[in-house]
Design a protein around this ligand. Structure first.
Ligand code: T5A
Length: 215
């Protein structure tokens, strides 16, 4: 195993997106171990971050313990990213790569799928940090629904997830990498490792940190 010191260069912001149960959490932890094994400073993050005060309100909503207006919960999801922005920037600048399970695209896709205006949904995300890589774990909603634990949270409903998938398609652009999330986990892991290592290495070469703009 390599044990290089890569900490002088800036870290990469890598985002995994996809429907509920597409396998983001499983793959995040594999990528974390992989990059750590290569000696890169790296952390695994997820949104919502349910540990903060805002995150606790979100978690209560997702588990149906509280009710919130659609716009209110949308802005809370966004605030949950904003409250982490400075720390995110500091980590990246100090050389730590971040593997992030869900980001602004989840915010826009899920809220738009409820019927909110997509431009209204994008607005509070402007100015967050732009990912260096977005990987979409592509799975048919019907297949995701067959996976363990589905249905426990508010948005884990087949018809709604079908709608979310349409909005993800609208949001994706040529820079996104799509991986078939129905492949065996090891095959997905292999593809992700290559993509992520490329990205980490290009950020090390001095690619600047930029701000998010959702077109
Ligand atoms: N949301 C989120 C918003 O509305 N707005 C926002 O701004 C944000 C950030 C919570 C909800 O909030 C919404 C989206 C969500 O509805 P969450 O906590 O990330 O978001 O919820 P989930 O996406 O459901 O997270 P999960 O951890 O439940 O799903 P993952 O991470 O996609 O999947 P994972 O890895 O846990 O795997 C699920 C199951 O599938 C199996 C795993 O073993 C596990 O049992 N699995 C596979 N099985 C076969 N083949 C494979 N390749 C497999 N990969 C995984």
């Amino acid at each position: 195993m390599e044990n290089n010191n890569h900490s002088a260069a800036r870290g990469a912001l890598i985002v995994l997106e996809g429907l509920d149960r597409s396998g983001k959490t499983s793959q995040s932890s594999k990528l974390l171990s992989y990059l750590e094994g290569l000696g890169y400073p790296v952390e695994s993050w997820r949104f919502p971050d349910r540990e903060t005060a805002v995150g606790k309100m979100i978690s209560s909503y997702l588990t149906n313990q509280s009710q919130l207006d659609d716009r209110t919960i949308h802005l809370l999801f966004s605030a949950n990213r904003w409250e982490k922005r400075s720390l995110m920037e500091a980590k990246l600048k100090s050389g730590t790569s971040l593997i992030v399970d869900r980001y602004s695209y989840s915010g826009v896709a899920f809220s738009s799928a409820k019927g909110l205006d997509i431009d209204w949904c994008k607005a509070p995300e402007m100015g967050l940090l732009a990912p260096d890589l977005v990987v979409y774990l592509d799975i048919l909603p019907e297949k995701a629904a067959e996976r363990g634990g589905y249905g426990g949270e508010r948005y884990e409903q087949l018809e709604f997830q079908k709608n979310v998938a349409q909005y993800y398609k609208m949001l994706s652009d040529a820079s996104w990498k799509t991986v078939n999330a129905c492949l065996p986990m090891e095959d997905i892991e292999k593809q992700l490792k290559e993509m992520v290592l490329d990205c980490v290495m290009s950020c090390q070469k001095g690619k600047p940190v930029s701000q998010l703009w959702l077109s």
